[in-house]
Design a protein. Structure first.
Length: 116
C-alpha cells in the first residue's frame, strides 16, 4: 500500500510524465529506495519534501501537499531546542503526547499552523 508521501510522489510523477527511475535520479537516490519510500517500507528522509519542492519548482498548495504527505509518513521527529525553555517544552510534549486528547492536539496544531 502506498504511503502518504508515496501517493504524492506518484501523483507528481504522473503530472510530469516521469518514471520512478527518472524521479529517483533527480532526487539523487536509488530507484529501489524511492520505491520503498513510496510503499511505506522505508521512512522518507526529513529533507525529502523540501528537495522535491525545490527540484520540481512547487509552491503554494502543491508544496504544502508534499510537506503534509511527508510528515504523515514519519513516525519519529527530531526537535533541536536552542534554549532551556524550548528544550523543557519539547520534553514535556514528548512525555505527554500520547495522553493528549484530540481537542488538545487540535489546539496545539492550530497554534503552530498560525505561526506560518
Amino acid at each position: 500500500m502506498l504511503s502518504p508521501i508515496g501517493k504524492a510522489l506518484r501523483h507528481l510523477r504522473l503530472e510530469t510524465d516521469e518514471r520512478l527511475m527518472d524521479m529517483a535520479q533527480r532526487l539523487d537516490v536509488t530507484s529501489s529506495f524511492l520505491s520503498a519510500v513510496e510503499m511505506g517500507r522505508k521512512v522518507p528522509p526529513r529533507d525529502l519534501a523540501e528537495k522535491v519542492i525545490k527540484l520540481y519548482g512547487l509552491s503554494g498548495l502543491a508544496a504544502n501537499n508534499i510537506r503534509t504527505a511527508s510528515s504523515a509518513s514519519q513516525s519519529v521527529f527530531k526537535i533541536e531546542a536552542q534554549h532551556a525553555l524550548a528544550r523543557d517544552t519539547a520534553g514535556l510534549l514528548a512525555d505527554k503526547f500520547s495522553t493528549l486528547s484530540d481537542i488538545e492536539l487540535n489546539k496545539i496544531k492550530g497554534i503552530l499552523q498560525s505561526r506560518g
